[in-house]
Each structure stands twice: as structure tokens, then as C-alpha cells.
Write a protein that binds this ligand. Structure first.
Ligand code: MN
Length: 155
């Protein structure tokens, strides 16, 4: 029998899986740019105001470059890679914490030849992500470090 979130205990399984948790598409295909990323919803209880998800990006993949009014509280759980928050690009590694404020461009990239997995807490009720338009991408690319990040050759 498949375990559900109502069970008090669910085991961590090989391959960064959890008992009773499906590995899902990151988003609907074609809805936004992304590459080689999956989503597992660990906690999504109507009694909670937040959800906890595990995302995993294969080497060379990335999440969507986006912003929204809701915030993210992230802990890297596997591997390392690079992350953009606002105008700051950083390497991130297992157990590092990342806070994404409201209205802030952000993206995770698995840039180091290994998978990058992270646990992300998010508001249960949240607005739709916005994608950058051409002018906004141009403005971001004015910073050479962000251009290098977006082109998968972070410094
Ligand atoms: Mn987001």
C-alpha cells in the first residue's frame, strides 16, 4: 500500500526518493524554460500555510529564471551548483541556505557536473511566476557575471 502524507513516518529511499512521494515534472512542459529538473512534493497539507518540495536538477540542467510575489526558503540537499538571486550569483553546496525575497529574479543551475538537489519551502497560496521579457533579460545580462551564469559558464 502506498504511504501518504497522513502517515506519521515515511522513509528516505535510495536515489533521493521518499516513501509514497511521486517524482513529478518540474512544471507543465512548454509553460516556461527549464531543463532536466524534477519535483517531489514532500509536504502539502491543507493544515499548513506552506509546502515543502524537493527539486533535483541533473548536471547541466536548470530551473526557470523567474520572479513572483511569494518567497522561497531553500536548503541545498544534494551536490552543488550555482544560484542567481537578484543580481547576485553564488556557488551553492549541500546544506547551504538560500532566501528568495518577493519580486526577485532567481534561478538554480547544476553547473558542476553533478546533480543539484534542494528542498524548497513555499507559500501554499501563491501567485504565478513571471518570466523576464527581452528588456529584463538585457538588463540582467548587463552584469557579466550574470551573463556567464545564464550561459552556463559561471565564474
Ligand atoms: Mn520561484
Amino acid at each position: 500500500m502506498t504511504k501518504t502524507e497522513r502517515e506519521p513516518f515515511r522513509d528516505f529511499l535510495p536515489g533521493f526518493r521518499w516513501e509514497g512521494v511521486d517524482r513529478l515534472a518540474y512544471k507543465a512542459e512548454g509553460s516556461a524554460p527549464f531543463k532536466a529538473i524534477t519535483r517531489q512534493v514532500l509536504f502539502s497539507d491543507p493544515a499548513l500555510a506552506c509546502e515543502l518540495r524537493y527539486f533535483e536538477i541533473d548536471a547541466g540542467g536548470h530551473s526557470t529564471l523567474e520572479r513572483h510575489d511569494h518567497v522561497h526558503a531553500v536548503m541545498v540537499a544534494r551536490g552543488s551548483g550555482h544560484c542567481l538571486v537578484g543580481n547576485e550569483v553564488r556557488t551553492v553546496k549541500t546544506f547551504d541556505l538560500v532566501s528568495v525575497p518577493p519580486g526577485t529574479w532567481h534561478q538554480f543551475r547544476a553547473t558542476r557536473g553533478e546533480a543539484l538537489g534542494f528542498i524548497c519551502m513555499v507559500n501554499a497560496g501563491r501567485d504565478r511566476p513571471q518570466l523576464p521579457n527581452e528588456d529584463e533579460v538585457h538588463a540582467l545580462r548587463a552584469d557579466p557575471r550574470i551573463t556567464a551564469f545564464l550561459d552556463d559558464r559561471p565564474s
